[in-house]
Design a protein around this ligand. Structure first.
Ligand code: ATP
Length: 741
């Protein structure tokens, strides 16, 4: 569990915490920043920077107050960080001690005692160790940083307890019943107290800010205490400023004839530790603190500014003090062990980064503005975070601004063209630019300019209807209507009245005043006759007449009505073969196939898949509000090897499902439906039977399975099967699974 948490309702997506987190421990989900405990080092930078006060530090106060109730049996001792002198500059040492006792603590001890305990151990260790840069272990944020992010440096960490841990152990050695609570400016100490290796050492941690709040809540005013109580001065009080440890050890570079470094602040800490990792820094000892010394701890809550605090601490040292002698206590074991807590995140390939950048319209290097508004220092770093599930794809201010501008333009355009629907896709976007489709594109462009009848063929789901629409909107008829009818969806009687319309009283139930059919409705525009292969023979004859004479008669009517339409027919059946078998009229076939356009199946233009994925992603976002996600390289590789029997419709369905399933911003192979991988299904034992019956049975099985997979949703089931919805309804009726109504 993280020591720092986000208060969701206060978080306003400013990304300041991301910008200031040195270890990328913040994840954005649904525009809310969340702290990842496995990555967080509790340095408190996000707490400090959050202007909304949306970061909350876990409090031990409840547990400590319960301990205070049992303090007769188990004394509770507060150990006070030396920075308290600048955290509470308005009070004397004695007043602070009295006010802490007023809260309920039995005793108050200075952590400087812990420094005296650790100094001799450090001296001995440094004298003993050779050829390694020893990193001091006093700062818990540095220790956490190494354990969680730089485990290679664990052997460099001094295997010695910090002053706080040393004092806590010492107090427990004195009396096993003692309970020890650390009070200081540090957030990371709270996490250290919970470390698996340090169970039972520290019983709780309170920050200076919490102490001020408790005093206020309990009405405790330290200033009222008149007390001569104080602590003896020593060099240990300079411990909370950087270099404090070296001063206390009384060592200088020349003692080792090697470089020593005093490093403070997050950026410098990261730099020097990287240098140690790379073998560029070979100094003997790193006295390192993640803040600018503990006097700059995130929870110092002092009325003084940083330099005021520093100056006050030095001015309190009345004379120059000798190095600390140190205290050796028999039976006190101050050795410390560390745990490798490193949990690497997946690293994106160059392909993944480029795909992610494309989502926010960063196609060329100059599109990468590296403005940092997303909290990451470069667009590539942000893309990496998206891949790793830390950032959301739309966290890009320039992109969002562009998008909103684009949307305004889009709606303005919609307003201008309210009376005519626009095609979803242009010819370029439908067909792409593979050489395999260049001739189809050219043919479609030329066909659009003529009024000739067009026959579009291709497997189910390749985009025949989409292409028909695009041709219509490219043609001089673009301002007229585009009407489509699925010839397979309706029984013959109904199909006739749908196509030709009917007059009042034409049949029982015919609407008063009659009804115009699709031919009439498409007047001045284009009529798409989809699934033309399913048109009954009698209807074929009637259609032929329309094509020849461009006149129709409503069902039950006598009047000939002239229609000005362009007809486009589409089918996934082999019409030529049907003609040979006598199931389709040859004369109609030739009338329809004036311009024949065949769309190849998706598997024959699989190189186009990445482009189609982008287009479908946009469509899903626009039409269904599904946030676009990145298709990881290994996912794309899998999609490219699948044979796509349901073509683009199936692809669309797979993408929609997997984008729903993927929690983060990246679609990985595990989000794809499993049937895409099932290439080598065990062969079934085949029972010989009439082929027609066998096909029928298989059809039943497939439809049943698709319905089950789609949870009974027929639209989804028809998409899974790659057949039009109407065909599914027909089959359901035939199988007796649907009532006539
Ligand atoms: N080039 C494309 N880009 C994006 N989406 C497409 C493209 N082509 C087709 N689609 C989508 O695929 C689905 C099937 O397209 P369409 O209905 O045009 O196929 P079809 O060949 O007419 O199918 P059927 O023969 O089953 O009627 C639709 O949702 C459509 O939006």
């Amino acid at each position: 569990m993280a020591v720092v948490k986000t208060i969701q309702e206060k978080c306003k997506s400013c990304y300041a915490c991301i910008r200031n987190c040195p270890v990328r421990a913040i994840k954005v989900t649904d525009k809310q920043a969340q702290i990842l405990p496995e990555r967080c080092i509790s340095c408190g930078n996000c707490v400090r920077i959050c202007a909304q006060k949306a970061k909350q530090i876990e409090s031990d106060w409840q547990r400590i107050s319960e301990m205070l109730e049992k303090k007769r049996r188990q004394p509770v001792i507060a150990i006070l960080a030396p920075s308290f002198r600048v955290a509470f500059p308005e009070f004397s040492v004695g007043q602070v001690i009295m006010a802490l006792k007023a809260i309920g603590f039995n005793e108050v001890e200075p952590v400087t005692k812990g420094i005296e305990l650790t100094v001799p151990v450090y001296r001995e260790y440094l004298a003993r160790v050779e050829k390694t840069t020893v990193i001091s272990s006093y700062c818990p944020a540095v220790v956490m940083l190494i354990q969680k992010h730089m485990p290679e440096l664990i052997p460099n960490l001094a295997p010695i307890d910090s002053a706080v841990l040393a004092l806590a152990k010492y107090l427990k050695l004195q009396n096993r019943e003692n309970r020890v609570v650390f009070i200081g400016p540090c957030v990371a100490k709270k996490e250290e107290a919970r470390d698996e290796n340090l169970v039972g050492v520290l019983d709780g941690v309170l920050t200076f800010r919490e102490i001020r709040e408790i005093w206020q809540e309990k009405g405790i005013r330290p200033a009222i205490y008149k007390t001569p109580l104080s602590w003896e001065e020593s060099l240990t009080e300079l411990f909370p400023v950087s270099g404090g440890l070296l001063r206390n050890l009384g060592i200088k570079g020349r003692d080792y004839n090697l470089e020593l470094a005093v490093v403070e602040g997050k950026d410098e800490c990261l730099k020097v530790l990287q240098a140690v990792k790379r073998g560029e820094f070979n100094g003997k000892f790193l006295d390192i603190l993640f803040c600018r010394g503990c006097i700059d701890g995130p929870e110092i809550a002092s009325p003084l500014e940083f330099y005021g605090r520093k100056s006050l601490l030095f001015s309190q040292q009345r004379s120059s003090q000798p190095p600390v002698q140190g205290l050796k206590v028999a039976g006190l074991d101050l050795s410390r062990r560390y745990i490798n807590k490193y949990q690497p995140l997946p690293e994106p390939s160059e392909h993944d980064i480029r795909e992610i950048l494309k989502f926010t319209q960063k196609i060329n290097p100059e599109d990468e503005l590296n403005c940092g508004a997303c909290g990451y220092e470069s667009c590539r770093e942000k893309a990496r975070a998206v891949y790793q599930g830390l950032a959301e794809i739309h966290m890009c201010l320039p992109y969002l601004l562009n998008l909103s501008q684009g949307e305004i333009e889009y709606y303005k355009d919609r307003l201008r063209n309210l009376d005519r629907a626009k095609p979803m896709l242009s010819l370029e976007r439908i067909l792409g630019d593979l050489p395999e489709v260049a001739h189809i594109k050219a043919l479609s462009e030329r066909a659009a300019q003529s009024d000739s009848t067009i026959l579009i063929t291709g497997e189910s789901g390749v985009g025949k209807e989409v292409l028909a629409q695009a041709i219509h909107y490219l043609s001089p008829r673009a301002n007229g209507p585009f009407i489509a009818i699925n010839c397979a969806a309706l029984p013959e009687m109904l199909l006739e009245s749908e196509l030709f319309g009917y007059e009042e009283g034409a049949f029982t139930g015919a609407r008063k005043g009659g009804k115009p059919g699709k031919f009439e409705l498409a007047n001045g525009g284009t009529l798409l006759l989809d699934e033309i292969g399913d048109l009954p023979l009698t209807m074929q004859a009637k259609l032929l007449r329309v094509l020849q004479e461009r006149v129709i008669e409503r069902v039950g009517g006598t009047k000939s009505i002239k229609v000005d339409i362009r007809i486009i027919a589409a089918t996934n059946q082999d019409l030529k073969k049907m003609v040979a078998e006598g199931r389709f009229r040859a004369d109609l076939y030739y009338r329809l196939n004036v311009i024949g356009i065949h769309i190849p199946p998706l598997r024959d233009r699989i190189k186009d898949l990445p482009r189609l994925i982008d287009i479908i992603g946009e469509k899903l976002y626009r039409e269904k509000g599904i946030t676009p996600k990145v298709i990881a390289k290994e996912t794309l590789d899998l999609l490219m090897t699948y044979h796509w029997p349901g073509n683009i419709r199936e692809l669309e369905n797979v993408l929609e499902r997997s984008m729903y399933l993927a929690e983060g911003s990246v679609v990985r192979p595990e989000h794809l439906p499993s049937y895409l991988f099932e290439k080598d299904l065990p062969k079934r034992r085949v029972q010989i039977k009439p082929l027609k019956d066998a096909v029928r049975e298989l059809e039943k099985e497939l439809i049943e399975a698709a319905l089950a997979e789609a949870g009974g949703n027929k639209v989804l089931a028809s998409e899974l099967l790659g057949i039009p919805r109407a065909t599914l309804y027909l089959r359901l009726k035939e199988f007796g699974w649907l009532s006539e109504n």
